[in-house]
Design a protein around this ligand. Structure first.
Ligand SMILES: C[S@@+](CC[C@H](N)C(=O)[O-])C[C@H]1O[C@@H](n2cnc3c(N)ncnc32)[C@H](O)[C@@H]1O
Length: 191
């Protein structure tokens, strides 16, 4: 079997041409993803695997009284975002370098968001275990990734893994985006 070639995320400038492309709304329907999140101006969100900051910039606009944590494992993505957010004069975004098996989430999050990241996480059980310990019942945990023939991790596999870590499924949106699923989870109250 031919293994997929590992992707390097170190070339932030080059990847920005894809991640921040004007056609992204067309291929991912990001406006639907943003609408689904239903963000309120004072919310605090962590964009895990934020990449070049495509979503973090939009979150920043919608959270004038809140805060965005833009997290990524790749140092070049962190530098790219630092430059981008400085140029965009954003004061409500903080970047942090996270670990491959630990999202390193700050306390007090309303939303944890992962777009096109889940399939790249290798030890997902360890990663999800840390995530479970780092969020509260009030935190919405939202995963967006490819479904259908482009899925490296199918939506059902993602649901199985995330629920095995202790989360409960709140919503599964399989049709709102052309090629992507949106899965929403929460941590049960009793835990
Ligand atoms: C395909 S990009 C998506 C970027 C951004 N979320 C977006 O939708 O534009 C995947 C990003 O996840 C990061 N990444 C990969 N594994 C990660 C992990 N275990 N924890 C956090 N970020 C990770 C990569 O460095 C890369 O920036």
């Amino acid at each position: 079997m031919v293994q997929p070639k590992p992707i390097s995320f170190s070339e932030a400038e080059r990847l920005s041409l894809i991640f921040d492309s004007e056609t992204r709304e067309e291929w991912q329907r990001t406006s639907h993803i943003m609408k689904t999140l239903d963000l309120k101006p004072d919310m605090v969100i962590a964009d895990v695997g934020a990449g070049t900051g495509y979503f973090s910039s939009q979150f920043s606009d919608l959270l004038p009284e809140g805060k965005v944590y833009a997290l990524d494992t790749e140092a070049n993505m962190i530098s790219y975002m630092n430059n981008r957010f400085a140029e965009e004069k954003r004061t409500n975004v903080e970047t942090r370098q996270s670990e491959f098996t630990n999202p390193c989430l700050p306390e007090g999050l309303d939303v944890v968001f992962l777009a096109n990241v889940y399939r790249f996480i290798k030890e997902r059980d360890v990663f999800l275990g840390h995530m479970f310990d780092q969020v509260s019942h009030a935190t919405q945990v939202v995963f967006v990734d490819f479904r259908g023939s482009n899925a490296r991790v199918t939506p059902q596999q993602a649901v199985n893994e995330v629920t095995a870590a202790g989360f409960e499924v709140e919503d599964m949106d399989m049709t709102g985006c052309p090629d992507h699923y949106i899965l929403r989870f929460c941590k049960p109250q009793a835990v």
